[in-house]
Design a protein around this ligand. Structure first.
Ligand code: ATP
Ligand code: MG
Length: 241
């Protein structure tokens, strides 16, 4: 579903931020990406929906070559839901309007059908009662669940998460992780940058550890936590576990 072949990326002329990355994420797989700050995790997942261009190598997403000049970015991005650390909801729109915006605008879905879909998604993230509320009236955990519902509204094949819980108060983290776990169990293809190691243990098929632009370890969660292969992974784990 997602394949990186010898990917290299620089910011400017001298900041080599992704170094010879090879990676494959198959349909239905859940991959957790972790590593120290500045190691290139956000850059890596932003490449998957071409928010970031690369200078060398190849990225294929659902059969689309991301650096083919004829690539249709709208088609690519309709297949990929992206949830960021900051929820980025539209403050002047209700929860339901936030969720139905893309399907009505991009897919020309009739309003009644979009509202029905929006309500289904709000049930899925456990806040159907918030449909008419504005983002400022919600807790951080609720806002992030709306952001996930919005990401799902285009019926994506892939969901990308970039530290979706790191801006949340501790008591709200689990309500967001529970929604992500349910998605993982339903078979969604997911790439998640997160340091929530409980999530990784429970639902990840693989954990990827990045350091200084390199993919230094790729392992099952069990092996990664119990028997990390790389000295830098060991050091990182000793700090966060
Ligand atoms: P964090 O855990 O802090 O989110 P990260 O692993 O996600 O870190 P990236 O955001 O991918 O790291 O950044 C990798 C490196 O590239 C950092 O040194 C960062 O300062 C730099 N960088 C990120 N975005 C840009 C940009 N748009 N222009 C120039 N440099 C950038
Ligand atoms: Mg980041």
């Amino acid at each position: 579903m997602i394949r990186f072949e010898q990917v290299n990326k620089w910011y400017g002329s001298d900041h080599h931020v992704l170094k010879d990355i090879n990676l494959e994420i198959k349909q239905g797989e859940v991959v957790v990406i972790c590593g120290p700050s500045g190691s290139g995790k956000s850059t890596l997942i932003r490449c998957i929906n071409r928010l970031e261009p690369i200078q060398q190598g190849k990225i294929i997403v659902d059969g689309m070559d991301l650096h083919n000049p004829r690539l249709d970015l709208t088609t690519l991005r309709a297949e990929i839901g992206f949830v960021f650390q900051q929820f980025n909801l539209y403050p002047h729109m209700t929860v339901l309007e936030n969720i139905t915006l893309a399907p009505t605008m991009v897919r020309n879905m009739p309003r009644a059908e979009a509202d029905r879909l929006g309500m289904e998604l709000l049930e899925k993230v456990n806040i159907p009662d918030k449909a008419g509320a504005f983002p400022s009236q919600l807790s951080g955990g609720q806002q992030q669940r709306v952001a996930i519902a919005r990401g799902l509204a285009m019926k994506p094949k892939i969901m990308l998460f970039d530290e979706p819980t790191s801006a949340l108060d501790p008591e709200m983290i689990n309500e967001v992780l529970d929604v992500m776990k349910a998605l993982a169990r339903e078979g969604m293809t997911m790439a998640c940058v997160t340091h929530e190691m409980g999530f990784a243990r429970e639902v990840a098929d693989r954990v990827i550890f990045m350091d200084d632009g390199l993919l230094v370890e790729e392992n099952t969660p069990h092996e990664f936590f119990n028997n990390p292969q790389n000295d830098r992974s060991k050091e990182f784990l000793s700090k966060i576990l």
